[in-house]
Design a protein around this ligand. Structure first.
Ligand SMILES: Nc1ncnc2c1ncn2[C@@H]1O[C@H](COP(=O)(O)OP(=O)(O)OP(=O)(O)O)[C@@H](O)[C@H]1O
Length: 256
């Protein structure tokens, strides 16, 4: 199997300080990778740089598209990056208001990305949006309601539908459970795990919650002060952490 993403010596600076540095890994089709670490360790910076939302200062990120062509993000024209973001990628944000259009209907939120791909048939768009609302357990009768009338958990599920409806090959997620009450997190994670598994999409997810990584991720990267200090299979990392910082992270949840 070939990787869909290759990351080499990636670094992003803010002024003369590094947000993240010396990051190397490959991601394979259908693989779920979690990036964990404490606040300020560089997780969001790394994610935004991988998705081309921030320009890398060093190293490279190379993505293989559905035709098998490789694209190095730093050399991509902005129009081409946007095309990839529309067709091959998704991005789920921590706060739904950053990832949804709060003023338009739930149905429009889902069909918008399809329309950007050229789908125009109104009845078909509506039917697909209804189908996806059902898939994320919202209920098609809410099709015309704006997400501002939804609970936090529903908004986050709508964001998932909006992103997966175009069948992207890679979805970036920045703390998707971060804003949710603990009581709704479990249901959300369960649904997410099922949809990711069914669709075969690859996911790179930032989380500070090792429990989320345990539940979803095949592999995990542990970040400290901008660097990846440990990387490997999630179960191995959580059951037998090698780096002192990972040991500290793991022991802090065991004690909690
Ligand atoms: N726009 C910015 N300008 C300057 N420094 C920044 C900026 N964004 C992040 N940083 C710094 O880069 C480092 C990494 O921050 P980043 O937000 O990527 O960490 P994080 O692990 O995602 O943290 P959190 O979990 O709190 O979101 C931190 O030291 C942070 O202060």
């Amino acid at each position: 199997m070939k990787p869909i993403l290759q990351v080499k010596q990636l670094a992003k600076r803010y002024g003369d300080r590094y947000g993240c540095r010396d990051v190397n890994f490959e991601l394979y089709e259908g693989e779920v990778l979690c990036i964990v670490g404490e606040s300020g360790s560089g997780k969001s910076t790394l994610l935004a740089t991988l998705a081309g939302r921030l320009a890398a200062d060093e190293g490279e990120v190379t993505f293989r598209d559905a035709n098998g062509d490789w694209h190095e993000l730093s050399t991509l024209a902005e129009a081409e990056r946007r095309r990839l973001a529309r067709t091959e990628w998704g991005f789920v944000t921590q706060h739904a208001r950053d990832g949804l259009r709060m003023g338009v209907s739930a149905g429009a939120n889902v069909s918008e990305r399809l329309m950007a791909l050229g789908h125009r048939h109104y009845g078909q768009l509506r039917a697909t949006a209804a189908e996806w609302l059902e898939k994320v357990e919202i209920g098609a009768e809410r099709l015309d309601d704006p997400p501002s009338r939804f609970s936090g958990g529903m908004q986050q599920r709508l964001q998932i539908a909006r992103n997966l409806v175009t069948r992207p090959r890679l979805v970036f997620m920045d703390e998707p459970t971060g804003g949710l009450d603990v009581s709704v997190q479990a249901r959300f994670l369960d649904l997410l795990r099922r949809l990711v598994h069914e669709s075969g999409v690859a996911v790179i997810m930032v989380t500070h919650d090792l429990g989320v990584a345990r539940l979803l991720a095949h592999r995990t990267l542990v970040m400290q002060q901008g660097r990846v200090v440990e990387a490997g299979l999630t179960d191995q990392i959580l059951d037998d952490p090698q780096h002192p910082y990972t040991q500290l992270l793991v022991s802090s949840i065991v004690q909690a």
